[in-house]
Design a protein around this ligand. Structure first.
Ligand SMILES: [Zn+2]
Length: 489
């Protein structure tokens, strides 16, 4: 949940006329529905939505570094007439994506897994490749914005913000899962070419793919053990089952480029690692920090406890908790209080909840609250839903829970209500726990082993594997003397 709430956004409707345009990369005619000016306008508008969904990572020096590296690659691309904007997003997700017209984003979550400037340039070069080959525009033409199912709650709750799904609908699969095998390969090939032309070693493209492949293998294992969907970087392997063949193709291309560009050998390991020191890792303090089952939001000043084994998805506008078998869902969100209403009247007037049943006016840890059950229309049909509204500061916190099957609410009602009742103002002691984890760069000595680093780490689970992944030593590697390593404090 983000401190700054989303404001409803209106999707732009572009006047569409089909046209043929010369593809900047292939030089051939493409049937596209957008002119270059339309394409740039679409990027500009979508950028506004991205910035509502995500927080820009608060480190001007890092932002300037990424922009500078991106510029160097973009100037050597097929579309160097465009002005490219490279933005580091404050997200733990491992992702990078490009909008039409040259808006490119990389998450700090992905940056943590890279070890050199050349690898950063490889990620940015891949994304520049999507822009230069006009993949999103070609995709747009092919799909005409078919709506894509994204793992958002299928719960419609009156009075709640639905904006978070709009971005996903706009570029759905393309942003989140990549553009499909052919376009991804083309972006890798173009990225490697731009690396070589810029003076970076194109081997970095292979290193990035290996690092992300390992991260994906690990993420899939962890997700399976936690009974949730894996979170995967968009382009790598989610839609390409034949991993090895793809890697071989990339190797072939990159090696040819190395021969023709013998001077392309800049790596920039030390330069990059300097920016990794103190980088936030995992949950962001802007969105709240999960420690075990306890959730802390320093900026909003509250804490809650979540049910054991339930899956937690922290989105900008809401937190979703899903029962292990997907049988029930709890949605936590907040709205400004603008009128002097009781929590009960807020439920009726602001949220439009009528026919409240099973009601009670509550005092939750000193806070004014009201709870009741009301039937709402979900995507699966009418569902009795337990609502609790808690007043804290100038906001109403809304905890809504329902079950997949209408008859099962009674089974989950206590858990839903207990979750709401755990809401409390952050205590002084808890403020320490609300601080984010950060990377620290250290130099390995002769004795440094990942098992020892894992014991000293504040990571709650899979510490040894995580540290290996962060240092490109997964699954079995050990540091060599003098290596710069990222550890987590
Ligand atoms: Zn891609």
């Amino acid at each position: 949940m983000k401190t700054k709430y989303l404001i409803p956004v209106c999707l732009i409707i572009l006047s569409l006329g089909s046209a043929c345009a010369v593809n900047p990369v292939s030089g051939k005619q493409d049937l596209v529905l957008l002119s270059e000016n339309d394409e740039i306008a679409l990027g500009r508008e979508t950028n506004k939505e991205v910035l509502q969904q995500y927080t820009v990572y608060d480190n001007p020096a890092l932002q300037a570094y990424v922009q500078n590296v991106g510029n160097k690659v973009a100037i050597n691309s097929h579309r160097n007439n465009l002005i490219y904007r490279f933005t580091v997003l404050d997200s733990k997700e491992v992702n990078a994506f490009a909008l039409p017209g040259g808006y490119i984003y990389i998450t700090r979550g992905l940056m943590a897994y890279l070890k050199s400037e050349a690898e950063l340039a490889a990620v940015l070069g891949h994304e520049v490749g999507h822009v230069t080959a006009r993949h999103s525009v070609r995709q747009y033409s092919a799909n005409q914005l078919t709506s894509i199912g994204v793992a958002l709650g299928s719960l419609f709750i009156p009075g709640m913000n639905q904006a978070s799904s709009q971005l996903a609908q706009l570029f759905g699969a393309a942003l989140l899962r990549g553009y499909g095998r052919e376009h991804e390969l083309e972006a890798d090939r173009l990225g490697a070419e731009y690396l070589a032309r810029t003076g970076y070693n194109p081997q970095a493209m292979l290193d990035v793919i290996s690092v992300l492949k390992n991260q994906e293998i690990f993420e899939k294992e962890v997700a399976q053990s936690e009974g949730r969907e894996p979170r995967i970087y968009h382009g790598v392997f989610s839609t390409h089952p034949d991993n090895d063949k793809r890697l071989q193709e990339i190797i072939g291309t990159a090696q040819t480029l190395t021969e023709t560009a013998a001077s392309a050998n800049y790596v920039g390991h030390e330069e990059y690692m300097a920016y990794m020191d103190k980088l936030i890792y995992g949950d962001s303090p802007h969105e709240g920090i999960l420690r075990g089952r306890r959730f802390f939001h320093e900026e909003l000043g509250f804490s809650m406890s979540f049910p054991e084994k339930w899956n937690v998805t922290n989105q900008p506008a809401q937190i979703l908790l899903t029962a292990p078998n997907g049988d029930a869902i709890i949605q936590i969100s907040a709205e400004d209080i603008n009128k002097k209403l009781t929590p009960r009247n807020f439920m009726i007037q602001r949220m439009g909840l009528n026919n409240l049943d099973n009601e009670a006016t509550l005092n939750i840890n000193g806070l004014e609250a009201h709870t009741g059950v009301s039937v709402i229309n979900s995507n699966d049909g009418p569902r009795p839903t337990r609502f609790t509204v808690i007043y804290f500061g100038q906001r109403a916190y809304i905890i809504a829970g329902t079950s997949k099957l209408a008859k099962n609410l009674s089974k989950y009602d206590k858990t839903i209500l207990d979750t709401a009742k755990s809401f409390h103002a952050l205590t002084e002691n808890e403020k320490v726990l609300a601080k984010p984890l950060r990377l620290k760069v250290v130099q390995a000595s002769k004795e440094t082993r990942f098992s020892d680093l894992a014991k000293q780490s504040t990571l709650e689970s899979h510490a040894e594997s995580q540290l290996r992944l962060l240092n490109a030593k997964y699954p079995e590697g050990e540091p060599r003397i003098g290596d710069l390593l990222k550890i987590i404090e």
